[in-house]
Design a protein around this ligand. Structure first.
Ligand SMILES: [Mg+2]
Length: 268
């Protein structure tokens, strides 16, 4: 169905196959004017690597992000499962507005960091017990991101069910404020209401994001609630990767295709 974007241009997604695959290019090709750009990192603007430390940032990536940010008056934000400190290290010297640990941390455009201290303290109190339980499953890595604890089992994918069971037990003892989130070979224990979607809403209340049409690109199940937020605001939800059930309205097959599009619109 045709819709109107902020520039009053008609945007018409074109269906290419009966099962919800939408051709993204016609709607995405035009200029970014009037939009705000929210970018997941791993599997979205960067290729997935065997571990979070092993990702490669192309040398032209930081200049590209700078051009995009200038073009959008600063309305470019990272929306990642990584802590904001880790995002900054990856894209030095940038320090963009950001959503870290899937919504557990938000850095506003004026540099303020928003976290829920109370829930972080409750989660940290349960960390020793969790570390002990997970220590019995060989090959699983515990990553303590303060407001979120991640259990990585990429090296032992067959142990996924056990890891999930341990996480569910801990969440059971923590109470209803917390939930378990499954990603690609990772299980996270996190505050239930702090999601990428809720964090993006907080950024969208603030200039320069306010009153702009959001574009959000992500690749994982942890991005689905943000796709829904963006859809609700009449924005562009863009899933990167193979076809899969998703709330996203558009799809590009790979991070490489997304980078290609970003280069195109940055210089348009
Ligand atoms: Mg991702």
């Amino acid at each position: 169905m045709p819709t109107r974007n902020a520039m009053n241009q008609t945007v018409t997604p074109i269906k290419t196959s009966p099962d919800s695959a939408l051709e993204p290019r016609p709607a995405l090709r035009s200029s970014l004017a009037g939009h705000a750009l929210y970018l997941d990192i791993d599997g979205t603007i960067l290729d997935l690597a065997p571990s979070p430390e092993a990702v490669e940032v192309p040398v032209w990536m930081v200049p590209l992000l700078q051009r995009l940010s200038r073009k959008l008056d600063g309305a470019v934000a990272f929306v990642s499962g990584r802590p904001i400190a880790a995002i900054d290290l990856l894209f030095r010297p940038l320090s963009f507005p950001a959503v870290g640990v899937h919504g557990g941390e938000v850095r506003t455009p004026n540099g303020e960091i928003l976290v829920d201290e109370q829930l972080t303290a409750e989660l940290q109190a349960a960390e020793p017990l969790l570390r002990e339980a997970i220590g019995r499953i060989r090959g699983v890595q515990l990553e303590n991101k303060r407001s979120v604890i991640a259990l990585h089992y990429r090296n032992v994918p067959e142990r996924g069910r056990e890891v999930l069971k341990v996480a569910e037990l801990i969440v059971g003892s923590l109470g209803s404020q917390f939930s378990v989130l499954m990603g690609k070979c990772v299980v996270e224990i996190r505050p239930r209401h702090l999601t990428k979607g809720s964090a993006m809403r907080r950024l969208m209340e603030r200039a320069p994001f306010r009153d702009r049409i959001p574009i959000f690109a992500g690749d994982d199940t942890t991005d689905e609630d943000a796709f829904e937020v963006v859809n609700g605001l009449g924005g562009i939800s863009l899933r990167i990767g193979e076809e899969a059930p998703t709330a996203a309205k558009f799809r590009l097959a790979s991070p490489d295709q997304l980078r290609g599009w970003l280069l195109e619109v940055a210089d348009a």
